[in-house]
Design a protein around this ligand. Structure first.
Ligand code: ADP
Ligand code: MG
Length: 231
């Protein structure tokens, strides 16, 4: 369970407050107008940016001041780059061993994960020889292989076409269902939220609201969300 207790975030003139709980193994979309603070919220949960006040807890443990690499989470951003000089297997293996000292068992785990994301046989290739969609899968494979209990996705598949994006969302849902991971996914597309996330956090007008059933929220949006959705 992820808890944000009276968290306030400031960034220059920008202010955001958050006070909510995300249940274990939940899949939650994060939507709201551009500049509302969705990425900032994820950065604070990940520990890349400090909260001004309040506490962040994972399963009851205060992680507010834990350094990012020690938090129980993995992150996937849209522009999360692959290292061009490393092979696909090495790029994925970084999720297991940041020093790249992969044991034979690690190599097997990497190959199994690549098979899972439809990239079997590509271990020895370099990122530049893959399509954009395949590169997105490599980054996803690395995040999945880290197998942390909380996964933060910030518009991870925004560069993909609709069919490929839907396929990737289904894959993330399938794998995190198996591992029991909790997922927060920022998206600007309401159809992604409907497809992927039973609940949605609305970030707007200085507040990150508690998770709300996605269908109810999108079918009957508050004015700020209706304006954003163009309704
Ligand atoms: P979103 O992801 O919802 O589009 P962001 O979290 O990126 O929004 O940005 C939230 C607010 O913080 C915006 O008003 C933005 O202008 C401001 N902001 C983002 N990055 C910085 C920064 N490095 N310094 C100061 N303000 C920033
Ligand atoms: Mg953003």
């Amino acid at each position: 369970m992820l808890e944000l207790q009276d968290v306030t975030i400031t960034q220059g003139a920008f202010r955001l407050s958050a006070d909510f709980v995300v249940a274990k193994s939940a899949r939650v979309a994060v939507i709201g107008p551009s500049g509302a603070g969705k990425s900032t919220l994820l950065s604070v949960i990940a520990g890349f940016y400090p909260a001004e006040s309040g506490r962040i807890l994972w399963d009851g443990t205060d992680i507010t001041h834990i350094q990012p690499g020690k938090r129980p989470l993995s992150i996937l951003f849209q522009d999360q780059n692959l290292f061009p000089h490393l092979t696909i297997a090495q790029n994925v293996g970084l999720g297991l061993r940041p020093d790249l000292r992969l044991s034979p068992a690690d190599h097997e785990a990497v190959s199994r994960a690549l098979t899972r994301t439809g990239l079997q046989g590509m271990e020895a290739r370099k990122p530049a020889t893959l399509s954009g969609g395949q590169q997105g899968r490599v980054a996803l494979t690395r995040a999945l292989l880290r197998a942390r209990p909380l996964m933060l996705l910030d518009e991870p598949f925004a560069a993909l076409g609709p069919a490929l994006k839907a396929e990737m969302l289904d894959l993330v849902a399938e794998i995190t269902d198996e591992t029991g991971a909790t997922v927060l996914m920022v998206s600007h597309a309401p159809e992604d939220a409907r497809r992927f996330a039973p609940e949605t956090i609305l970030v707007a007008e200085g507040t990150a609201h508690p998770p709300h059933p996605t269908t109810a929220l999108l079918d009957n949006p508050p004015p700020v969300l209706a304006a954003y959705l163009g309704q």
